[in-house]
Design a protein around this ligand. Structure first.
Ligand SMILES: [Zn+2]
Length: 565
């Protein structure tokens, strides 16, 4: 059978030690059929083969962002983009623009707000009231863990004073009056509940548009770090419509108030999957974020915060991890603070197993015959990972105690890290995050290199929409330890990884982080034809220049889902 797609005249970086480079490859039936030179691949082409001359562009395994919020993000990242606005005047200017753009009486929304904007005043809704002309306004801070509501928004939501929650969450009040600052989701939801609902079709349009952006940035797969049964329905509809341009692993988000009955219900959906998506993962938050004092720390931060877990009863978190791990789920836990990281590691250790077996859904669509083999995957039928188990993972790991660092490698836990979070950190430690932690803990900030060198598996991702989605920025920030667009800035520390490691973090390691490296993350015959084509090789190009390298082509399961120009 002739090839469906032939990519010629390229620099192929396979990440396959058996054949690290090639100039061409061919795709058949959604999989890589041949990796070789132009003549070899041409020989397998037929009249129906789509042949693309890449004119020397670089082909790498399809980029996988190991931590995003694609669906929540598509809804949250609406309204004024406040990313990078460093002063309250700049925030006001963008809000006034947004107010002029939307109908009278509509809610003014915004996202990407920075904490440093309010360093002198504290976060207060009254500060934006004039800019939005008295309209109800709700702004999300860049980490999605804090919201800011205008006085009119609080009024419409009926929020008039302190509120008690089951989880770590707070309506910040002064003299009994809400300031507009809302810590964590339960508090934010009080106000968000007053915003007029989107229709299902509105949401769907936002999702489709967002998935096009994923494809345009060369992303072929992502781990969507929040999800529910409704997310599965969304994925089914997107796939049925041919709009699922990115592969999605969609964990269930288990919160402190998720009742045990629901655990049982969710467990029944462990193997839910489609051609390009699957579940099988449970996601927990064991703390919040350092910036707002909700990160869980071994010692309080410099403002006396950071002493509380997100689960008021950590024993129940451990019980939930035990339940889901015991039902064959991979577990992923958001843990920013050092105490939270330790808690997640302890909970995983208490499950008694390093990792959980790879389940049927992981092998969905594979041909029989390749299972249980110990050797490398055969070209015709890639088998499961050699040990057929997948490790639990900890997300973020913004700071860690030295004695806990070796536990990732020793206890078989994946470190899922997002270095774009460091882009606003100041090398002199004057930013809000660094000030709160103080110098000692800043020396243990986002220890990408140290954790990598300890032998642990490090997967990289963005955490979009908390930061930008662009994997070129993700790779560059991992290599630079600063904002790649700010060449004058000194790096935060010496924890940089190199260009090859950054690419591995976005490809093979990200695939391995969900037990899929036996069929993705490497360009190799028999593997899925998920490919990213960039004008330059992202490993060779200096990190400073990476953002300017065009994405030429994005291929998922052999389908061209994005083509430049
Ligand atoms: Zn996240």
């Amino acid at each position: 059978m002739p090839l469906d797609l032939a990519l010629l005249n390229a620099r192929v970086r396979t990440l396959d030690p058996d054949r690290p480079s090639a100039s061409a490859l061919g795709v058949q039936d959604g999989r890589i059929a041949v990796v070789g030179d132009d003549a070899e691949v041409r020989a397998l082409a037929g009249p129906a083969t789509e042949t693309i001359d890449l004119a020397g562009a670089a082909v790498v395994p399809g980029l996988i962002d190991a931590h995003t919020h694609p669906f929540k993000g598509a809804i949250d990242a609406r309204g004024a983009d406040l990313t990078g606005a460093r002063t309250i005047d700049e925030v006001r200017r963008r809000l006034t623009e947004e107010r002029a753009r939307i109908p009278d009486g509509a809610w003014v929304l915004g996202f990407g707000l920075g904490y440093d904007v309010f360093a002198a005043t504290g976060a207060r809704g009254a500060l934006i009231e004039d800019a939005v002309g008295g309209a109800p306004a709700f702004l999300l801070f860049m980490d999605l863990h804090t919201g800011l509501a205008s006085p009119r928004a609080l009024e419409l939501a009926g929020v008039t004073g302190p509120v008690a929650f089951d989880e770590q969450s707070e309506v910040v009040c002064e003299d009994g009056q809400p300031t507009g600052e809302l810590l964590e989701w339960a508090a934010m939801d009080l106000v968000r509940g007053a915003i007029p609902e989107l229709t299902d079709d509105d949401r769907h349009r936002l999702y489709v548009a967002q998935l096009r952006r994923f494809a345009a940035l060369g992303i072929t797969g992502t781990h969507a770090m929040d999800g529910s049964l409704a997310t599965h329905d969304t994925l089914r509809r997107l796939e049925a419509d041919g709009d699922l341009r990115t592969r999605v692993v969609a964990p269930f988000w288990v919160t402190p108030d998720t009742p045990r009955d629901e655990w049982v219900l969710l467990a029944g959906h462990r193997d839910a999957s489609g051609e390009r998506w699957r579940g099988g993962v449970a996601k927990f938050f064991v703390d919040g974020v350092i910036d707002s004092g909700t990160g869980w720390l071994v010692e309080p931060d410099t403002e006396g915060d950071g002493t509380l877990p997100f689960w008021p009863d950590p024993a129940r978190y451990r019980e939930a991890v035990g339940f889901f791990a015991g039902h064959g789920f991979q577990c992923a836990t958001h843990a920013c603070g050092d105490r939270a990281v330790r808690e997640a590691l302890d909970a995983y250790r208490a499950t008694g197993a390093v990792g959980v077996p790879v389940h049927g859904s992981l092998r969905a669509g594979e041909r029989p015959g390749g299972r249980g083999t110990d050797g490398p995957p055969s070209p015709a039928s890639p088998g499961p990972s050699p040990d057929a188990r997948v490790q639990h993972r900890v997300e973020h790991i913004e700071t860690i105690q030295p004695e806990d660092l070796p536990r990732f490698a020793a206890e078989g836990v994946t470190a899922s890290m997002q270095t774009q979070h460091m882009m606003d950190l100041a090398p002199d430690r004057s930013d809000n995050w660094s000030r709160r932690l103080g110098p000692d803990r800043c020396d243990r900030a986002f220890l990408t290199r140290a954790i990598w060198e300890s032998g642990a598996l490090v997967a990289l991702g963005s955490d979009w929409p908390v930061v930008g989605l662009d994997p070129r920025e993700g790779m560059a920030s991992a290599r630079l330890r600063r904002d790649p667009s700010d060449p004058g800035r000194a790096p935060y520390d010496d924890q940089a990884i190199d260009g090859l490691q950054a690419l591995l973090g976005y490809t093979r390691n990200a695939a391995r982080a969900v037990g899929e490296d036996h069929r993705r993350g490497t360009i190799r015959p028999g593997f899925d034809a998920d490919l990213t084509v960039l004008a330059e090789d992202p490993v060779d190009v200096p990190a400073e220049d990476l953002m300017g390298v065009p994405v030429v082509l994005t291929v998922v399961a052999g389908e061209v889902v994005h083509r430049a120009g």
